[in-house]
Design a binder for this molecule. Sequence first.
Ligand code: UD1
Ligand code: CA
Length: 454
Amino acid sequence: MEERRERERGDPGVIVRAILLAAGKGTRMKSARPKVLHELCGRSMLWYALAALREAGIDEIVVVTNPELDPEVRALGVRTVVQAEQLGTGHAVRVALEALEPRADGRILVTNGDMPLVRAETLVRVLAAAGEHDISLVTARMPLPSNFGRIVREGERVARIVELRDADDRERAIDEMNAGIYAFPETHLRDVVSKLRNDNAQREYYLTDAIAHAAAAGRHALPVTVETFEEVLGVNDRSELARARAAMNRRICERHMLAGVTIIDPATTYLEPELTIGIDTVIYPGTSISLQSIVGSRCTIGPHARISDARIGDDVSVRESVVVESEIGAGSTVGPFAHVRGHAVLVGDNRVGNFVEIKNSRYERGAKSAHLSYLGDAEIGEESNIGAGTITCNYDGKKKHRTKIGRDVSIGSNTSIVAPRTIGDGALTGAGSVVTKDIEPGGRVAGNPARPLP
Ligand code: UD1
Ligand code: CA
């Protein structure tokens, strides 16, 4: 794997380090949370940026943070450098370089932390273009107006980047933009960053000015153009966040569709990036599947299902239901309107119907509860049937207690089982039973409190 990545990146053996800029306050988010921790499709912008860097085979990543953001990024196990005051992207890179041990033959990739849609292959391309001697940067053609920095070319190369606020009318009309992703030979970067000044409209040290400094020394940068500008759209406010979420969701759905999953309406199917879904599964609208859920083959999921941190076997149907932190074995049907949660395990061929809640319970093969029931802290044996309206009374006001139901048991409608209770194999309860004592295998009880039937 590592070897393959090195080959793609151009130069085997070269040390590539990345500086991920994330210290900006993100004031346009109007949020108490740092911008790069805002989420799309269940992961933070920062998570996507780090994932792309790692997929591109970057050896070492350092994230430039601010004092509030720093503890949260470190908690992810990522190296950080604190930029105490945000004096601009050029200043941020200078702070990072001071923390990185110099390497004369190193390469440095610099990228903004607020671009969650950037693909690893784009990072690989910009690094390959830079090679040993050149600076390269990612550009994109975009419809105007746009707030991006403008690319001023000299022939095939880039002479400088002009920020919108510093641009004249002619420069504002340029539709080739700076994406904010750059690859530098490390010695060039250290050299140009030391030359940055803040004599511009925002009184900031712009990393973008590094391009003009390099050009003045005869080292014009090489542009690497992405085909679709959406990939490099930065997220600066919540409207842009929503747009990026839709694009990311579309991308994730696309990946599963191309791998054999039918998604009836990707726009209303909410998927996260780390799912496994088997072929010929059909996902109906209004469904969300999250965390590291695994869904088998030939399943029917939705409409309106919420599946989170779940494992679902083959040939399962989950309709208008919620399955959280639980397992549904092959051949089972869940819903409509069921709630399976709290480490419940349905072994397989189970049926869970309308208005049934199952918490921290285990259903052996073929066990069923089709209507209006609560099964909490229970074990239900093979082929047992739980009648409509059955409740395991698992909570006595202080403690939770378990219910054990054997195989081939028939629990009558509206039975209350006052836990802890054990019900033997082949037992039966009559409708409306309140079970306050254990039942022997083959026992038949009814009434309140339930007594053996004659
Ligand atoms: C920047 C580029 C612009 C480019 C655009 C692409 C500069 C001067 N301009 O503009 O040419 O078209 O990105 O999205 O670089 N940051 C820090 N410390 C700071 C300032 C910013 O870490 O002191 C971080 C931010 O958290 C953000 C990134 O750098 O992740 C970019 O900063 P931002 O202020 O969003 O730059 P733009 O104005 O979007
Ligand atoms: Ca930005």
